[in-house]
Structures are given as C-alpha cells and as structure tokens.
Design a protein around this ligand. Structure first.
Ligand SMILES: NC(=O)c1ccc[n+]([C@@H]2O[C@H](COP(=O)([O-])OP(=O)(O)OC[C@H]3O[C@@H](n4cnc5c(N)ncnc54)[C@H](O)[C@@H]3O)[C@@H](O)[C@H]2O)c1
Length: 438
C-alpha cells in the first residue's frame, strides 16, 4: 500500500490518450476537450474540472478545486490517438454519430480532422453486428498485439509524449467467462501465440498497453482486464487498471435512488427498466450475446446496494428486469423508463415512474476525461493494479478477489475524495463532527 502523502511525480510534459474505438463517446469526449480549451464550452459533468474538495474542518472553509488540489495533467497537455475498424477521421465519425450540433463541431473541425484512426484489432465473433475495413491482419494474436505496441511507440515518438493512458471506448463484446487461458501470464502469452479464440480483441489492446507500461481503463462491460493474467501483468509493470462499463443514464439514476430508498427502509417489490436507443452502440447491443454482457453489468447493481440477504422483508422478493431496444429514430438520445414498485409502512404499495430523456455520449464524455486524468495521477503516485477508488465511474466496479463491489454513488464519491485526501497528505473526512459541540 502506498503511504499517505507520499511523493507524486509531477504532471510534466504531454499526456497521450489512447482511445480504442472512435465512435460516439470518443469523438464527443475529444470535441468537448478541444471546445473547452477554446473557451467555447464548460466541462459540465467532469469532477476533475468543476469539482471541489473539502479539506479539514467545516470551520476552516478550505474547498479548493480538485484540479488545483491534486497534480492532474492540464487539458492543454492532452494528445489524442485512436484505433477504429472504420477509417473515418474523428470529425467524420463525430458527424455520423450525430451527438454534437454542426456549429459545435465546426469550432473544433481542424483538430478532429487531424485524428485518423489506426487499423484495429477486430474479430467479428466478438461484435457480430459490426464490420469494417480498417482492420489489422497478422500471423497470430501475438503479432496483432505487437502491432498495437508499435502504434503506441510511434504515437509517443511523433508527439513527444511524456506519459500515456489507454481507455476502451469500443463496442461491447459478446459475453465471455474467465477460462484457463486467462489464468496466468504464461497461459495468456501462449494463447496469443496460438490465437486462442477465448482471447478477445479488447484483451489484446489491454495486453499491449500493459506490456508498454501504460495504464488501462475499461468503459464497456467486456471481461478485458477482469482476469488474473492481465491483473498480474498490471502489477508486474506498475500499471493501474479499472473498469468496467461507464456508469451513465439509467444505472446512474439507480445508484442514486436505491441508496435513498434503502436508507429510509422502504421496501421494493419490483424494478422494471426499459431503454430505447438508436446509436451504433444500440445496434451492437441488439445482438443477444453483446446484450448479455451489458445485462450482467446492469443487473448486479441493485442486489449489492439493497443486500436482500440482510433485508429479506424489504428486498427478498424483488423482481428486477432490464431491457434495451434498438430504435434508430432516437439516435444517441436514449430514453430510459423505470417503473419502481415500492412498499411503505404496513406494506402499503406505491409506485415511482422515472422517464429519463438522456444523451448517452454527453453523459459519458466527462467520465472519459476524469478517468484518464485520475488514472494518470494514480500511475504517477505509484498506485498499481485495480483502482477501486474509481468505482464512482463504473456500472460494474472491479474489486480485489472476494470483495463485493460498492455501487452506492455517495459511498463511491466519499471513497474517491478520501483517496485524493490520502494521496495529498490531508486528513480523511469521516463526517462524525462531534468535536464541533465540545
Ligand atoms: N455512452 C454511454 O453512456 C455508455 C455507457 C456505458 C458504456 N458505454 C460503452 O462505451 C462503448 C462506446 O460507446 P459508443 O456509444 O461510443 O459506441 P459507438 O458504437 O459509437 O463507438 C464504438 C466504436 O468502437 C469501434 N470498435 C468496435 N470494436 C473495435 C475494436 N476491436 N477496435 C477498435 N475499434 C472498435 C466501432 O467501430 C465504433 O466506432 C460501448 O461499448 C458502450 O457500450 C457507453
């Protein structure tokens, strides 16, 4: 464990952001950062840019901005690189994604046009509803990993980068469970040489990143870094890893609402969640195997927040269902309905209806920014392996073996801020506060 207030390497030089997938989320993220740098927009939704952190007692009135408290990389120092199975520039991809308006894209058109994706490592068996031409070929999966490593090295040289972070913003892969080949680094490397079908493309990118001593974040629900071989490699090479599946939209609301019901000991009989969305992500999730990966990620949230085993009278018989429907007319502007059947005093039933007309990539883009900046900080602070303090950003947070994941957004926020206080040598805030009354 690193020590409280131990030395953090300064954020000097350029930070390369390696994006796997240059679709709706990635292009909205890049366009946003470039627009913010030009003072065209504000970084709303980003804790690193807009958030403050309380330090010391309430009477001290110390509430610095997080980006001034912790030594984070500056937006001016970010350089973007990406892989995608389509050869479109970031500008063309952003136009196709139809998230941002033309007048907003025009402001950053030059910067977006300069980003052309490298050829991707892709296998249709893992994403059935997509096919593209910008794809690497190689003699085996190890060869593909080495090609990704070469892309990273060239990117670093060409842009004179001091550090890099990789983040998966690619499509959701089909459901995969850990196998023998994922158990040890030796098994995994043998699997790469033999092109083992159980090694997904996302794992090849993660392997390439960690081999290059670059930390990795997983924005999709794919298994990717959730296997012992990759976790061992992260520890061996002093890299930070985190995942999985950005917590936006409906799941964000669930992890805001459910802790509140539980805090007041209100029962829940059922929670039915339906979504319609029409972007490429929705098209990929129309395949039942990719949906299964997403479903697993979305379902676990309520169980761990509500703990039905400890509260059988309140949550023992709760029926939880999640549905996603591909509906092209809506594009990226997803609609998520929740019907929540709750019970109160003496078991009297009540209903809550939530209709969230959200924008998927608008919610996800600031998470990408925060994750890459905090991951870079973690790496400079010497934090390696699973970064549970970044659970705040994920639907299925990774934890040490044997630990259940903490899904409650408010506990996640406290954990994140206390980690920052700890890293910077400040006292943890417990909210006890009895000393104010002495
Ligand atoms: N937007 C959200 O709110 C949100 C929330 C949680 C998770 N996610 C996940 O984030 C990911 C990105 O979402 P999006 O809306 O940008 O999707 P998208 O379909 O617009 O973009 C994904 C891109 O990844 C590319 N891709 C697929 N496989 C690849 C590979 N092997 N290598 C390189 N590129 C590859 C696709 O061609 C596509 O351009 C998805 O997995 C999605 O499930 C999004």
């Amino acid at each position: 464990m690193i020590e409280k207030g131990s030395k953090i390497q300064p954020a000097e030089g350029k930070l390369g952001i390696l994006l796997v997938g240059l679709g709706a989320v990635s292009t909205t993220f890049i366009a946003g950062v470039e627009a913010i740098k030009k003072n065209h927009a504000k970084p709303i939704g980003s804790l690193t840019q807009m958030g403050r952190i309380r330090l010391g007692k309430r009477t001290e009135k110390r509430n610095p901005l997080i980006k001034e408290f912790a030594p984070l990389a500056r937006l001016e120092d970010l350089v973007f690189g990406a892989w995608d199975i389509f050869p479109d520039s970031a500008y063309e991809a952003a136009v196709k994604a139809q998230v941002l308006k033309k007048e907003d894209l025009d402001v950053v058109r030059k910067e977006l046009e300069a980003i052309r994706p490298w050829k991707a490592v892709f296998d249709r068996n893992y994403v059935k509803n997509l096919d593209g031409s910008n794809v690497k070929t190689g003699k085996n999966k190890m060869d593909l990993a080495n090609q990704v490593i070469a892309d990273i090295e060239n990117f670093k040289k060409q842009n004179n980068l001091a550090r890099m972070v990789m983040i998966w913003c690619g499509s959701t892969e089909v459901y995969l469970q850990p196998q023998e080949v994922h158990k040890t680094i030796a098994n995994f490397e043998k699997g790469l040489e033999n092109s083992d079908p159980k090694i997904a493309p996302s794992m090849i990118y993660a392997y390439a990143a960690l081999k290059s001593k670059i930390s990795f974040c997983n924005g999709a629900p794919n298994l990717t870094v959730d296997v012992p071989a990759i976790q061992e490699l992260a520890l061996q090479n002093n890299c930070a890893i985190s995942g999985k599946d950005f917590k936006t939209g409906q799941t964000l609301l669930k992890t805001i609402l459910a802790p509140g019901f539980k805090a007041r000991m209100l029962g829940i009989d059922g929670w039915f969640s339906a979504n319609i969305l029409g972007n490429r992500d929705g098209e990929v999730l129309d395949d039942p195997d990719s949906f299964k990966t997403k479903e697993e990620s979305k379902l676990s949230v309520l169980d761990t927040i509500l703990q039905p085993e400890l509260y059988p009278d309140l949550y023992g018989n709760m029926y939880h269902k999640v549905r996603i429907h591909y509906y092209p007319p809506r594009g990226d502007n997803k609609e998520g309905w929740d019907n929540i059947d709750i019970t109160g005093w003496l078991g009297y039933p009540m209903q809550i209806k939530v209709d969230f007309l959200c924008r998927d990539s608008i919610l996800a883009a600031p998470l990408v920014l925060d994750l890459v900046l905090f991951t870079d900080l973690a790496q400079r602070a010497g934090m390696k392996g699973i970064q549970e303090w970044l659970s705040f950003y994920y639907k299925s947070p990774m934890t040490a073996a044997g630990l259940y994941a903490e899904h409650n957004l408010f506990i996640q926020e406290m954990k994140l801020k206390n980690t920052l206080r700890y890293l910077m040598g400040e006292e943890q805030i417990t909210h006890l506060g009895l000393d104010y009354y002495e």
